[in-house]
Ligand binder design. Structure first.
Ligand code: FES
Length: 154
């Protein structure tokens, strides 16, 4: 069941939107902020609250790649795999993550600390390669820079 706080936050989003459908993504983000990811159970609860079918809501959730439909770690690393980042070292950086954390894109560390996912262009191509950790963007990445960033996200 949605918590009082979640319902209040969703109602707030609905009040700014012309329709329930238009508020879907923001409502999904509310759930994700509070629960870390959007499980099938959470999706069904939200669909009921929004008076939508779970399938309709799921089609929005799965289209928008920043809504996590599988459990993620405490911190989510989104590494850009678009052309500038790919040319400037994406493969090496992914190899470094594998070496350092034992994970590849799509996986979560065994201690639940990090999930590594890929994302299309982050819009900082002139500073490639780039990634986002939680809500912070990092660019001109090197292996040393990544090590320091990982240290800062305990
Ligand atoms: S290609 Fe990676 S930020 Fe644009």
């Amino acid at each position: 069941m949605l918590s009082e706080a979640e319902m209040r936050e969703i109602e707030e989003e609905l009040s700014h939107s012309p329709s329930k459908q238009a508020a879907c993504i923001e409502a999904l983000k509310v759930i994700q902020r509070n629960r870390g990811w959007v499980s099938d159970e959470s999706l069904a609860e939200l669909a009921e609250f929004m008076k939508m079918s779970p399938a309709e809501l799921d089609s929005v959730a799965t289209f928008y790649n920043l809504i996590f439909r599988r459990e993620v770690g405490r911190h989510v690393i989104l590494i850009c795999d678009s052309v500038s980042c790919w040319i400037t070292g994406y493969d090496n950086l992914v190899a470094h993550f594998k070496n350092k954390l034992g994970i590849e894109p799509g996986q979560t560390t065994s201690d639940g600390r990090f999930t590594l996912l890929t994302i299309p262009c982050l819009g900082v191509c002139e500073h490639a390669p780039a990634m986002v950790v939680d809500r912070q963007t990092f660019w001109e990445l090197t292996e040393d820079k990544i090590d320091k960033i990982l240290e800062d996200f305990k």
